[in-house]
Design a binder for this molecule. Structure first.
Ligand code: SAM
Length: 249
């Protein structure tokens, strides 16, 4: 998978792409990230990539021609790449999108700055608009890094053990169960005994039930969208009945 990131500030991406899992995956060629400065396609003495908005108002708007030049150059190298615009007005990015996009042959990520892009960039060059959440950043670069990081975890060879992506929160529609490591007792809190039992079936059952408890407490909206087994449903009904039971004593 090749990511082409189009930005006015390529330096923002340097360090995060060199460190830890992403850095190793890039060194191992499990994925590649190329950054391109949109200004390289700007024209005129000052290489202007932005201009004042028609109709007046604060801020600057990113001009369409340099972006078109940058997108078309990236497409020449990777014709099947999908063009994704980072924008707070896009569809909010979710785990299912990370999995879906990890199967693309390439992604061209368009990072905006200032007041964003001339509208004709969106209508002419873009396959998909993605927001990383309902808040506004100063630019799309951090959003692009979030996309790369979340998508890369689903590219074979990127994570040491593929298993960890499969059990993470959201992979099966639920939040993950609580995790523990040594020491067994810390600040008066012990690790649940079942995790030391060596009984794999009992551990699996405990973990699944913990996923259901956590998701019900923190993200009940997720339970409406997930396929639950008969055992899951029985356990959730039991939790509901416990809630309804009057307090003892
Ligand atoms: C200050 S924002 C522009 C916001 C734009 N004027 C609006 O109100 O929709 C500048 C750039 O940051 C990026 N950006 C900001 N917030 C984002 C978000 N939540 N998700 C994805 N990209 C975002 C986009 O690339 C955007 O073009």
């Amino acid at each position: 998978m090749i990511f082409d990131v189009l930005t006015l500030f390529p330096g923002i991406l340097t360090s995060p792409l060199q460190e830890s899992i992403l850095g190793k995956a890039i060194a191992a060629k499990a994925l590649a990230v190329r950054t391109h400065n949109i200004r390289d396609w700007a024209e005129g003495k000052h290489l202007t990539a932005d201009d004042t908005p028609y109709g007046g108002g604060d801020g600057m708007v990113m001009k369409p021609e340099p972006i078109a030049g940058a997108v078309r150059a990236a497409k020449e190298k990777n014709p099947k790449a999908r063009v994704v615009m980072l924008t707070p007005q896009g569809k909010v990015f979710r785990q299912a999108d990370a999995v879906r996009l990890s199967r693309e042959p390439g992604l061209i990520l368009l990072c905006g700055r200032y007041e964003g892009f001339d509208e004709r960039v969106r209508t002419t060059l873009v396959d998909e608009e993605i927001s990383i959440g309902d808040y506004v950043l100063t630019g799309g670069e951090l959003g692009a890094l979030i996309l790369i990081d979340a998508i890369a975890r689903h590219i074979p060879g990127v994570l040491g053990s593929q298993g960890s992506a499969e059990t993470d929160s959201f992979s099966d529609g639920l939040l993950e169960y609580p995790q523990y490591t040594r020491p067994f007792e810390w600040e008066g809190q012990k690790v649940p005994e079942v995790l030391l039992s060596g009984n794999h079936a009992a551990i699996e059952k405990w973990r699944r039930q913990q996923q259901l408890i956590r998701t019900r407490q923190r993200r009940p909206d997720l339970l409406d969208q997930v396929e639950l087994s008969e055992d899951d449903q029985k356990f959730l009904h039991q939790l509901e009945r416990n809630d309804e039971r009057p307090p003892q004593g």
